[in-house]
Ligand binder design. Sequence first.
Ligand SMILES: NC(=O)c1ccc[n+]([C@@H]2O[C@H](COP(=O)([O-])OP(=O)(O)OC[C@H]3O[C@@H](n4cnc5c(N)ncnc54)[C@H](OP(=O)(O)O)[C@@H]3O)[C@@H](O)[C@H]2O)c1
Length: 429
Amino acid sequence: MYQSLGVGILGAGTIGGTLVRRLIDEHDIVQAKTGLDLEVRRVAVRSLDKPRPFTVPDGVLTDRPEDLVVDPAIDLVVEVMGGIEPAVRYVLAALESGKPVITANKELIAAEGRDLISAAERSGVPLLFEAAVGGGIPIIRPLTETLAGEPIGKVLGIVNGTTNYILSQMTESGRPYAEALAEAQELGYAEPDPTADVTGADAASKAAILASLAFGTWVPPTGVYREGIDRIAGEDIAYAADLGYVIKLLAVADRRPEGISVRVHPVMISAEHPLASIRGATNAIFIEGPSIEQLLFAGPGAGGEPTATAVLGDVIDAARELLAEAQVAPRIRFAPGALMDFGDVPTCWYIRLDVADRPGVLAQIAGAFGEAGVSLRSVWQEGRGDRATLLLVTHEAAERSQREAVEALRHLDTVHEVAAVVRVEGDEA
Ligand SMILES: NC(=O)c1ccc[n+]([C@@H]2O[C@H](COP(=O)([O-])OP(=O)(O)OC[C@H]3O[C@@H](n4cnc5c(N)ncnc54)[C@H](OP(=O)(O)O)[C@@H]3O)[C@@H](O)[C@H]2O)c1
């Protein structure tokens, strides 16, 4: 058996509380399986009086995280407090004092990951963050290890359970957005303040991390184009179904000869695509490469237990490296690479128009698209007296050209309203 290793944990909320309980309750199981004797020596929290789902000896719980990260009794530090400040200071201090760090904090990794990875490399210790994307789904290790030799071309991800739950409810029971959101909040799938989820901000952090690891070029969160789901109408979900699509909030990262593009926005995806069947709060990441072709990773993207399993896996991995006393080789290096301007990225659009139902309307509309260099893939009309609904799906053209075409439509006297636009993934459906 190896010597006992001291684990220090910053935060004991949903993830940290579960992790501490499991490190204690499952100590012997982990030891039997891995040979590792992992001992919880310090747990830092804000409030020492809150009830916790574990019992630890006096002195283990502390409200001084700054002491924990430099405590010689601590061999490995787990950061599960969340946010960027002050977490970044504690993580840096731990790395600089030669301690491996494990974090579940996507916001921190997306914003500060490049510097933190360099700090870990300088100290020769691992910085692991499997739980930062996809909660309990193994995706960081596959990207940085198993697929390290694959020139990945594209990553598509359902990386936010709240929005996938809301869109699934709207699709399956025809509920409007506000009702589906309220239900998600009641069931605990959405926070009382759902802004970070519904605006796509949470998914954008994860998209930045996935793209950086998939392509080996650092993508900051500010390099991710983002739109949320709050403008998705029930009508468009129903029309999408008629056209053979499902609406999902997707993280889309791809690499072209012109550069990398990373974005998070609602997408109509073919009902046949593997991601279309990912329902409720489940997350999934779909990866394409020339040799592996297509891979799908799916499972619980959040929650105390699945996320704690991912964190625990990282703790075990880091403990093994620590005991091997070997120089830790970097898991990822970032090479310079061009980030495409979103205006240049080829996209396809679904457009719902409220138009006057009279001769010549279609010709005018087709003319606006032609002027902008966008060709139409399909046109579908539903009449309502002197007004009609027109559903258009375009072929791939630069995002800028699609916007230009839609702007021109707004100025046509036969177009009462551009009622909705949603990007369509894949030109082939
Ligand atoms: N929840 C999930 O399903 C999930 C899934 C994947 C990743 N993550 C990530 O995991 C991290 C933790 O999430 P969570 O849901 O466990 O958060 P949480 O329930 O809010 O817990 C945060 C914990 O950190 C402590 N803390 C916060 N600021 C502190 C400070 N300045 N000093 C000392 N302690 C501090 C809190 O102390 P008190 O308890 O005393 O308030 C609490 O115990 C986040 O980065 C999150 O993005 C979460």
